[in-house]
Design a protein around this ligand. Structure first.
Ligand code: DGY
Length: 424
């Protein structure tokens, strides 16, 4: 057991965030990710709230200043050109005033916004800044339902693995095999200059990531066409649960600010989403699974995407089953939560989202489990997360067996989660 000096960890976490702060937005880490990433920023804002409330609001405001006219909030905003990352703006070619990518990311903004709104000490700023963001986050939620659930199933589909944030999850192996690799413009990866290639997605996966980008680009990034035109359409329970939670949280802020229409719309969608999520439950696995919307079937892959629904108001029995899955992992691993079931032969301890643990998913799941009364598991997750940081620093992610830091270092959202775990 590593001893934990909380004051020191807190100071290090603040320094890590400040080191990645470019004034009105943070980069996830210098080098590997030199721009603003959507869900990184929203979660990093929670870290800022512990030492600079004004800056916390700015982080989210900068992201939403780059929202598309149709409501989508892109997954990357390329504020300042850097050739250290691929694919950059010249590949995406989305035609935005400040260049952005053309896909989105898990919508944690509503969740983060409520946390800021309820917690910050400057109440006037909270009311003013939350009120201005409210319609923008609501428009993003509406965009998801219009563009990604055209059949009105109550759940939305992602069209690119990068949208999930879990880029190379085993969840995508089967549906991704449908995406061709022929004809992709030759390219040079930059991620492997900054991180160990053995910790990163493979060349074949990159070819497919790029094929999808070029395919969507050829359709003019027209979101009324992309869903039906994509060979990759997957309903991810974790992504949907984050949307549902953000809808509930946005509704709570809207009620507090007297915005009844926004509140009712988001409450209704969250209720419908929770009911539809039940269709992704697997008794055999004791957790949720992804659904391949093209093939019309559940994907036999027990990943962290099926544990993340703890963050939404799922039935207590479902939350208890997820807690059990995490306790089972703890019998095999020193550090939970693994991004994929360690009992699955496809598990890879160090490769990005095919096994390693991430502090942000620990945070989201622990938050949900605590709210569902699964406090023993949630407390163990928080303690193990802090021990991991004290031992291995503020890495992007960690080998769950050894605690070895993997991927990039000095990570903003890892630091932000540490500040959240330590509290005030
Ligand atoms: C990357 O480039 O690795 C990102 O995860 C894509 O957003």
């Amino acid at each position: 057991m590593t001893s934990i000096d909380k004051a020191r960890l807190k100071a290090q976490a603040i320094d890590t965030i400040k080191g990645n702060d470019l004034g009105s937005y943070t980069v996830p880490t210098r080098g590997l990710y030199p721009f603003q990433w959507n869900w990184d920023s929203c979660l990093t804002a929670l870290g800022f709230a512990h030492f600079d409330e004004g800056r916390a609001w700015t982080e989210i405001e900068t992201l939403f200043a780059n929202q598309w006219p149709d409501g989508m909030v892109p997954h990357i905003v390329f504020h300042v050109y850097s050739d250290g990352y691929f694919p950059g703006p010249n590949v995406w070619q989305t035609g935005r005033p400040t260049p952005t990518s053309g896909i989105t990311q898990p919508p944690v903004a509503g969740f983060a916004l409520r946390r800021l709104f309820e917690r910050v000490t400057d109440r006037d700023a909270a009311a003013r800044r939350a009120k201005a963001l409210l319609p923008k986050v609501d428009a993003w939620h509406s965009w998801f339902h219009a563009a990604r659930d055209p059949g009105d199933e109550g759940l939305i589909a992602i069209l690119h693995p990068w949208e999930s944030g879990r880029d190379n999850s085993i969840d995508w192996d089967e549906p991704f095999a449908r995406v061709p690799t022929e004809g992709v413009t030759p390219y040079v990866r930059r991620d492997t200059d900054h991180a160990d290639p053995a910790h990163r997605p493979t060349k074949e996966q990159y070819d497919r990531y790029l094929w999808l980008v070029e395919h969507f680009r050829s359709l003019g990034w027209d979101n009324s066409k992309l869903h039906d035109a994509s060979p990759f359409r997957v309903v991810d329970p974790g992504f949907n649960a984050i949307l549902i939670r953000s809808e509930q949280d946005l509704a709570a802020i809207a009620r507090a600010l007297g915005e009844t229409e926004i509140a009712e719309r988001n409450e209704r969608r969250a209720t419908e989403g929770l009911a539809a999520l039940e269709g992704l439950w697997s008794e055999a696995h004791g957790q949720y699974l992804c659904r391949d919307r093209v093939a019309g079937k559940l994907i036999d892959s027990a990943s962290i995407g099926g544990l993340l629904p703890a963050i939404a108001a799922i039935a207590p029995a479902r939350a208890a089953a997820i807690a059990r899955r995490i306790e089972q992992q703890g019998e095999r691993l020193d550090y939970v939560v693994a991004s994929h079931d360690p009992a699955d032969p496809r598990f890879e301890a160090k490769r990005y989202w095919r096994g390693p643990a991430w502090l942000i998913t620990n945070y989201l799941i622990a938050d949900g489990l605590a709210a569902a009364g699964e406090t023993a598991t949630a407390d163990r997750m928080v303690a193990a997360s802090l021990e991991l940081i004290a031992r291995s620093g503020f890495a992007e992610y960690y080998d769950t067996r050894t605690g070895e830091p993997c991927g990039g270092g000095s990570f903003s959202w890892t630091a932000a989660m540490v500040l959240e775990f330590l509290g005030d």
